[in-house]
Design a protein around this ligand. Structure first.
Ligand code: ZN
Length: 312
């Protein structure tokens, strides 16, 4: 499984991925030629349907749009990960029968069913309030436990809230949290990936510092194109994080706000971005993380975008 850069996976992990690897090999006709561009795996986050309860019909749509692997956005109203007898089982059955691997799960941002509107504070692993941090980790662990029913490889984790300022205390709190989460995730075959988000705790420099100081060799990065573009730019952020990138969040914006648009609808240079992503040594998938828009048919748009970004 060298092409995924992840030696030492457990048994179900390698079983799951050996099936996928043959698909990847056939999707990479040029892989035998040195220097030829290899095709990235086509992937999408269920975030595009986050306002709806996730069901097999929605997952089928993502596959007909061209997705070869999927990220689930961890929000209770979307996938009730705490409801393991019914909702999780229904989704687990879909993954088992479709043979499509679950690539990753995005850690929840809220612990309730309504984006925090019930008054529950947002989940923040960098909180300096120990009790709040423990509550946050309990909720994230419920989402990690999905792996018992639907094996997946990566948990995508934010450090702090959007626009959060830096402090040494918060940074240390985040290190303690991630240490705990990775220990919990490891026996389930899951690795933690930290995401570059627009705040002072998650700049490329801070993420590199985090990985260097903690010596967490199994903690990597989910490279978010839209966030890189908003905060600085894609090439600079990519080059700093390149060697740690195991997954992506691919979306566009006009640098004004985190709008999660389809590639091409904002101001990112996609030709340059794709050339860069293709040089990432751990071969991340091209994973779309798009804000749903009722005027755009996701299946048609996915086919169009994958056709443009991932050469056949
Ligand atoms: Zn993201």
């Amino acid at each position: 499984m060298g092409c995924f850069g992840l030696p030492g996976g457990n048994a179900f992990d390698s079983l799951l991925w050996s099936g996928l690897a043959s698909k990847v090999r056939s999707a990479r006709p040029s892989s035998g030629r040195p220097g030829a561009i290899q095709t990235m795996l086509k992937a999408i986050s269920t975030y595009i349907y986050v306002r709806e309860r996730l069901h097999p019909g929605l997952l089928d749509k993502l596959v007909s749009g061209g997705a070869q692997t999927i990220e689930i956005f961890g929000a209770r109203q979307h996938l009730d990960y705490a409801n393991r007898k019914q909702h999780v089982r229904e989704i687990a059955d879909w993954f088992r029968t479709s043979g499509v691997p679950l690539h990753s799960v995005h850690a929840p941002l809220y612990a309730d069913y309504e984006w925090g509107r019930t008054g529950s504070p947002p989940i923040n692993i960098a909180s300096t309030d120990r009790a709040a941090r423990i509550e946050a980790m309990d909720e994230i662990k419920r989402a990690i436990e999905l792996a018992e029913q639907i094996p997946f490889r990566f948990l995508i984790q934010h450090i702090g809230l959007p626009n959060e300022s830096y402090s040494e205390h918060k940074f240390e709190a985040a290190m303690t949290s991630v240490e705990h989460l990775r220990a919990f995730a490891k026996p389930l075959g899951v690795r933690v990936l930290l995401e570059n988000i627009p705040n002072d705790l998650s700049s490329p420099e801070r993420l590199l510092e985090f990985i260097r100081v903690t010596h967490f060799g199994d903690v990597g990065v989910c490279f978010d194109t839209g966030h890189a573009h908003m905060v600085s730019d894609v090439p600079q952020t990519f080059e700093s994080l390149k060697n740690h990138i195991h997954s992506t969040h691919v979306h566009d914006n006009a640098k004004d706000r985190d709008s999660h648009l389809w590639p091409g609808a904002g101001t990112i240079n996609w030709k340059e971005t794709l050339e860069l992503l293709n040089t990432a040594p751990h071969r991340p998938p091209l994973l779309l993380e798009i804000d749903g828009d009722e005027k755009i048919n996701p299946v048609e748009k996915m086919n169009e975008i994958f056709g443009q970004l991932v050469p056949a």
